[in-house]
Write a protein that binds this ligand. Structure first.
Ligand SMILES: [Zn+2]
Length: 439
């Protein structure tokens, strides 16, 4: 198996040969960059000047000392983002506004310099270089109309390696793109998991010649294992999981051919996995919240930014042979976890793993209502035409097989209503921002 391309990319960034690169060199580089970031932030950013004042008199002598510094939260980014800037606004290439996930509060705004965006493009090329060659064609099922949007940045990054892209935008009509894939030779597809599934399961997708699509990259949401298996079965190709979020300037890590966790963009970010309750960094194997600090960002540094994403460090060395640490696939979000009972919680990844294999299921939404000590779970399904009864039946039968649902049913703190069919196709937002809604 080919070793992750993240390793030679890191060597280039650290200005050493791939043979000279080792974990000690990487950590030393990160410590130097971290101290630079802290000095820049304490000097130039009004928010961090105040925040770091008690800590930043001396540079850190070890990366473990970072753990004593305070976190930056998404709420602070939302309310004090402007004060986090460490450069003049004229040096900023792109301002990204993220919709607020709650019903109150202002939206998150992030500022990126041209250099920040160029680094993202460099990492896009690194991740995709393991499957793309000059002359290949990529179908990008991501928004790309605006300059520097995800699709646009990716397409321009790929053009620099001689790869042609077509930006489709979010999938509003799965049949159209299944038909395009059947008629036109695309070597690679990039998209959001349930949107790619909708294309994959469309009847027209059966005309895509096996072996033509050589790889799929899935981003922005949880990637259920059965989806990777179904892509392998139908299109006979690997499906790589990319770890993206806007706060990274879109790209934080990417899977290697082992397809089991991300090698991270560690020249640009220092990552931690912390216990969300005690805030302590966790050892490999223990699930916690992913926290990152930017190492090379001039415009808007983020220090110990709490992503809300749940994951853990893989305890074993990656089968690709790399010495680099490996972050397990993101297993949902802290804020999206819905409590069923003491110690029992539920979120979309738990449902996705069990329900995705239902062949007629195109998408679904889930809602959880609480009254006194009992929760009620209700799913609304979008099923393939003609397969509605079998889909309803299969989902109803599978729901008690979800471990948290089973345990809650046994403890008599959960009631599961029979699933219902959506009256109309579920809106695109239900495919892109999936979470168990609580009422
Ligand atoms: Zn690997």
């Amino acid at each position: 198996m080919l070793c992750t391309p993240v390793q030679p990319w890191l060597a280039r960034r650290l200005k050493v040969t791939p043979k000279q690169l080792n974990l000690e060199r990487l950590r030393n580089y990160q410590l130097r960059q971290l101290n630079r970031t802290l000095a820049l932030a304490a000097d130039q950013s009004p928010f961090y000047r105040e925040r770091l004042q008690p800590w930043c008199r001396e540079p850190l002598s070890d990366l473990s000392e970072l753990a004593k510094l305070p976190f930056t939260t998404p709420e602070e980014l939302r309310s004090q983002g402007m004060q986090m800037l460490a450069t003049s606004q004229s040096a900023i290439e792109r301002v990204v506004t993220l919709e607020s996930s709650g019903t109150t509060g202002s939206p998150k705004r992030l500022w990126f310099t041209a250099e920040d965006l160029a680094r993202t493009q460099e990492f896009f090329r690194c991740g995709m270089s393991q499957v793309l060659q000059p002359g290949y064609r990529v179908l990008i099922l991501l928004p790309g109309e605006l300059p520097d949007s995800a699709g646009d940045l990716l397409a321009r990054a790929l053009a620099a390696m001689g790869v042609e892209s077509r930006i489709a935008g979010l999938v509003l009509d799965a049949g159209r793109w299944a038909d395009v894939l059947a008629r036109e030779p695309f070597d690679c597809v990039v998209g959001i998991p349930w949107q790619v599934l909708a294309v994959l399961r469309h009847p027209l997708a059966q005309f895509v010649p096996r072996g033509r699509i050589k790889s799929v990259f899935l981003t922005s949401d949880y990637v259920p294992k059965p989806l990777v298996a179904e892509i392998r079965k139908r299109w006979d190709c690997p499906a790589f999981n990319h770890y993206g979020m806007t706060e990274f300037a879109l790209s934080g890590g990417v899977e290697c051919l082992a397809l089991d966790g991300y090698h991270l963009r560690e020249a640009d970010f220092f990552f931690e996995v912390i216990d969300p309750d005690s805030s302590r960094p966790l050892p490999p194997g223990q699930l916690g919240e992913v926290v990152f600090t930017t190492l090379d960002r001039r415009g808007m540094p983020l220090i110990r930014y709490r992503t809300g994403d749940l994951s853990y460090w893989h305890p074993e060395i990656c089968p690709c042979g790399s010495f680099l640490p490996r972050l397990a696939k993101i297993h949902g979000r802290l804020a999206a976890r819905r409590e069923l009972d003491k110690g029992l919680s539920l979120q979309m990844p738990d449902l996705d793993e069990i329900l995705l294999p239902v062949p007629g299921l195109r998408n679904y939404t889930a809602s959880l209502t609480r009254q006194d000590n009992t929760c009620t779970l209700q799913l609304i399904l979008e099923a393939a035409p003609g397969r509605e009864p079998s889909t309803l039946w299969a989902v109803e039968r599978l729901l008690p097989e979800i471990p948290a649902v089973r345990a809650a049913l046994d403890q008599k703190c959960l009631q599961v209503l029979p699933p219902q069919l959506a009256g109309a196709p579920l809106p695109v937002s239900a495919t892109v921002k999936r979470s168990v809604q609580s009422n």
